[in-house]
Ligand binder design. Structure first.
Ligand code: KIV
Length: 271
């Protein structure tokens, strides 16, 4: 293995050393290359590509081959990071043979280092069998976007005593099944603190407050690539949509004014 490669051991050591862990999503080569030049150790090729890249209103239409293609592109740009690829909706519920074939696609064809799947106690048998096959698994509890129709919307989870208990037990069950880390999405801060204290594997929050071992955000949200969507749990670190629109308008104007291409952008027979 490449000696600069981030592994799940690095990530687990970060929790022991109380070093906050950052993770960001990526779906293509160009952004992956930019992320490679940062200290962010983990990249998620998330099924959020359904919203950010494909323009669907949920992650439900995303298929395994969409994730495989994007994982290949991310891997090409980010060979040293720990790359986690999402198992999309219904790619791990049919039967174990089908699940393992999908995991094989993400690992062997896509080049992912680990996979992520949504669910708590209901997926522990699957998590155990995938990890038994030698593939690291990241869990994902709280708001699980693939179940948005069953949850009735993108709603904060774990707000009642009963649901708090269920989520704590889900996290403990995922750890026991072999998960190396768990995403906590849209849950109260106090609950993510309790979960983080209850397990030894790192918790990675999104909309789960400051008390997790790490944080994950959707790349398009933190870079301001979708000006019509600024979720409360995110923070815009750049307004790239403004910069891109301005550049495209300048390009269009230059063409209309016959200012592009000029002689420096052109080729000539005798030069
Ligand atoms: O697909 C995704 O981007 C995710 C994160 C929101 C955790 O699952």
């Amino acid at each position: 293995m490449n000696k600069n490669k981030i592994t799940i051991n690095h990530i687990q050591r970060m929790k022991i050393n109380k070093e906050p862990i950052s993770m960001v999503t990526a779906y293509d080569y160009s952004f992956a290359k930019l992320i490679e030049s940062t200290q962010i150790p983990m990249i998620l090729v998330g099924d959020s590509m359904g919203n950010t890249v494909m323009g669907f209103d949920s992650t439900i239409p995303v298929k395994i081959n969409d994730i495989v293609r994007c994982t290949q592109a991310v891997k090409a740009g980010c060979p040293d990071k720990l790359i986690i690829a999402d198992l999309p909706f219904l790619s791990y519920q049919i039967d174990f043979k089908n699940t393992l074939l999908n995991v094989k696609k993400l690992i062997q064809d896509g080049g992912a280092d680990a996979v992520k799947l949504e669910g708590g106690k209901n997926v522990t048998e699957i998590v155990k069998r995938i990890t038994d096959a030698g593939v690291p698994v990241m869990g994902h509890i709280g708001l699980t976007p693939q179940s948005v129709n069953q949850l009735g919307g993108y709603i904060v989870q774990g707000k009642t005593k009963d649901s708090e208990k269920i989520l704590i037990n889900d996290a403990i069950a995922l750890e026991k099944s072999g998960a190396f880390s768990i995403v906590l999405e849209l849950i109260p801060s106090e609950l993510s603190k309790q979960i983080t204290k209850s397990i030894e594997i790192p918790t990675i929050g999104i909309g789960a407050g400051i008390n997790c071992d790490g944080q994950v955000q959707v790349l398009h949200d933190i870079l301001g690539l979708n000006p019509n969507f600024t979720p409360k749990h995110s923070k815009m670190y750049a307004n790239l949509s403004e910069i891109v629109i301005k550049a495209l308008k300048n390009y269009d104007e230059d063409i209309k004014n016959n200012e592009f291409p000029n002689s420096t952008n052109s080729f000539f027979t005798h030069k």
